[in-house]
Design a protein around this ligand. Structure first.
Ligand code: F6R
Length: 485
């Protein structure tokens, strides 16, 4: 079994074929099997070790020989977790599948090779035997069940009040607190949904407590880093996203203090970063990030609260209740509109711009309706050309300084005959008049509105995907952890 990418696969394949090996597939993994065969001289561990010296790239490798009870595991830039049972061991690429069997786990480090038999485990690093600690998992197997929901995604959407609350309740330890309080410049790196949370954070932190924040996309950062100073925070649900890990490694190489915000205890990111702020979302199994998104926001909003000397304590201690109120929202009319569409636009301003980007990402990844998130003012700079009566525009119109201009944007969209689904606060009398569909969210603090608006958009994506008969928990072509570049 091999997770990862062998970058010198073509060279290896050519050399192996010249030596008479016949390939049966186009996979890079097959080259590994042929190399092991070539090096095998009665000792599987020695054959795997010799093979590893030829490999360039990333691998989580499990090698088993027919009719033997021995597995050789090797890791480089792709995770492997070993489960420790009673006279048995397990190996997986992440914690979740192990929870059915054991709560005791060992995380392998890059460069580790493990020799596993039912009653013995030896781990080697650079040829030397090493000890890796057995750790207790803080998740339980019930967390990995659907619990009566049709999909993991819906269950995870419903778990958000709890995961938000738990993340706030866990707070930050003294080391992390000091790191955050001492930070001058702060840079955040992340990918995908996690990148969207960092953008929401930037808007909130800069407007609510005047902390300048720089945001970098993990996948770009490695190649276009620019000057880097101050605290670097990597945000990742899985803690295994290769690009985010690479970015954090670069920050370390430049002597920046580093912090990981992640959901997975023991993940690679936690071992790379100087310190970790653990989100308390529990295992997230649906491929689309939902509860980890709001838990990340919980962790990030805590940073704002910390830097503002607890100014938002009260709001944060009640925010989970507002999220709970959203869960049973009826978004049926909006779903009917979106499920007929091939394209949709999500628009917002300020922190609601990345909320719109996230809404669009959720929509496209699970329903396959093409959706784009735009800063509302940008729509007229090109995308207007795409507006038709079949192109719904989902507009987040929160109260405050951008409300009036959002209302103007909605009118502009309507003038181009595109249907509008407007999110606004309860009691708004203007939006229900001009929008085709109005979805009211509670009139709360801005910090809570970004959460409730996000949850509405998750529900919209989820129910649209269900209406279209999509495989919600396992959308095509996507993986839960992106462990390749
Ligand atoms: C979308 C989604 C992805 C992840 C991205 C980063 O729903 O889940 O966009 O957010 O692959 O993953 P993490 O947060 O594990 O680094």
């Amino acid at each position: 079994m091999h997770n990862g990418v062998i970058e010198n696969y073509s060279d290896l394949k050519r050399e192996l074929e010249e030596r008479g090996h016949v390939f049966r597939s186009e996979t890079d993994t097959e080259a590994i099997a042929h190399l092991i065969e070539e090096h095998y001289d009665g000792d599987l561990l020695a054959a795997v070790n010799a093979t590893l010296s030829h490999l360039q790239g990333s691998y989580a490798l499990l090698v088993i020989m027919e009719d033997t009870e021995r597995i050789i595991a090797a890791r480089n830039a792709s995770p492997i977790v070993l489960g420790v049972g009673d006279s048995e061991f397990f190996a997986a690429s992440d914690l979740t599948p192990l929870l059915d069997y054991t709560e005791r786990v060992i995380y392998l480090d890059d460069g580790d090779v493990a020799d596993i038999t039912p009653d013995r485990l030896d781990i080697y690093h650079e040829g030397q035997k090493v000890e890796r600690p057995v750790e207790l998992v803080n998740w339980c197997v019930e967390d990995t069940r659907k619990g009566g929901f049709d999909h993991y995604m819906l269950k995870e959407i419903f778990e958000q009040p709890q995961s938000f609350y738990e993340t706030i309740r866990a707070g930050v330890d003294e080391g992390v607190r000091r790191m955050l309080m001492d930070a001058g410049e702060i840079t955040l790196v992340a990918c995908g949904t996690s990148y969207h949370t960092t953008l929401v954070f930037k808007y909130l932190a800069e407007s609510l407590c005047n902390i300048p924040i720089r945001i970098e996309m993990g996948s770009e950062f490695k190649y276009f880093t620019g000057p880097l100073r101050g605290l670097v925070i990597a945000v990742s649900q899985s803690g295994e996203t290769t690009d985010t890990i690479a970015a954090l490694n670069m920050a370390k190489a430049r002597n920046c203090p580093t912090l990981a915000i992640t959901n997975v205890q023991g993940s690679t990111l936690t071992r790379v970063a100087d310190r970790t702020l653990l989100m308390r979302a529990g295992p997230e199994i649906g491929v689309a990030a939902t509860k980890s998104y709001t838990a990340q926001l919980a962790a990030l909003i805590q940073i704002i609260n910390l830097r503002c000397e607890g100014m938002f304590n009260d709001i944060l201690s009640h925010a989970h209740l507002a999220i709970g109120d959203i869960l049973l929202y009826d978004v049926e009319d909006a779903v009917a509109l979106c499920s007929q569409a091939d394209h949709a636009f999500f628009i917002g301003r300020g922190p609601f711009y990345p909320v719109a980007m996230e809404g669009a990402l959720k929509m496209k990844e699970i329903s396959y309706v093409h959706a784009e998130g735009y800063a509302a003012g940008e729509l007229k700079h090109g995308p207007f050309a795409l507006l038709t009566p079949e192109t719904p525009v989902i507009a987040i119109c929160a109260p405050g300084s951008t409300y009036n201009v959002m209302v103007s944007n909605v009118k502009e969209v309507k003038a181009r005959r595109a249907p509008v689904i407007a999110l606004g606060v309860e009691g708004d009398t203007e939006l229900p008049e001009i929008a085709d569909i109005f979805i009211p969210i509670p009139d709360t603090h801005l910090l809570v509105q970004v959460l409730t608006a996000s949850v509405v958009l998750q529900l919209l994506a989820y129910h649209t995907a269900c209406a279209l008969g999509r495989d919600v928990d396992r959308p095509r072509n996507l993986a839960k952890s992106v462990t390749v570049e």
